[in-house]
Write a protein that binds this ligand. Structure first.
Ligand code: HEC
Length: 145
């Protein structure tokens, strides 16, 4: 009885292995197509350090915009001219003391705004994800030291 059970188990196990190999072959054949299909979502999720799928702008565009793109679209109006006292891009003196407070503080200002100033939350860019605003802040800081 024991011998039969072992034999059965061995047969079953071999069968499962064969089945497994077959299933992997199938997956391999389809893997490229599947990866191609999920790629944009996978990429934006990998880049994001916040919740996956919580970035409508990124999802709609098939990928997060670069800091420079976001700056040009949503921040330049004030930060190029210095409107309303905005620190100008490239003005190292205007940025130095802000940069000294640390990137976390500047990311926070970018996302939540600076109360009582012209700096609204996300610079008023309602379709910018947090991640994109942070990239724009990084870009502005890089260009201003
Ligand atoms: C309507 C004008 C306006 C727009 C648009 C705008 N900003 Fe600002 N921003 C300001 C002003 C004014 C300040 C200065 C606030 C202050 O007095 O500290 C400022 C300050 C900042 C600071 C420094 C905050 C600090 O804590 O020192 C950051 C970072 C910043 N903006 C990022 C952005 C980003 C990123 C965008 C685009 C997504 C943007 N801003 C769009 C007006 C604007």
């Amino acid at each position: 009885m024991l011998r039969i059970t072992q034999g059965l188990l061995a047969a079953l196990f071999t069968g499962l292995l064969a089945l497994g190999a077959w299933a992997v072959d199938l997956t391999d054949a389809q893997r490229a197509a599947i990866e191609e299909r999920i790629k944009p979502v996978g990429e934006s999720c990998l880049e994001g350090d916040t919740s996956c799928g919580g970035a409508p702008a990124a999802a709609a565009g098939g990928g997060a915009r670069s800091g420079e793109e976001v700056y040009n679209a949503a921040c330049m109006a004030c930060h190029m001219t210095g409107a309303a006292g905005a620190p100008k891009l490239g003005d190292a003196a205007a940025w130095a003391e802000r940069i000294a407070r640390g990137m976390d503080a500047l990311h926070d200002s970018g996302i939540n705004g600076v109360p009582g100033t012209g700096m609204m939350a996300k610079g008023g860019c309602v379709n910018c994800s947090d991640q994109e605003v942070m990239a724009a802040v990084d870009y502005m800081v890089e260009q201003s030291q």
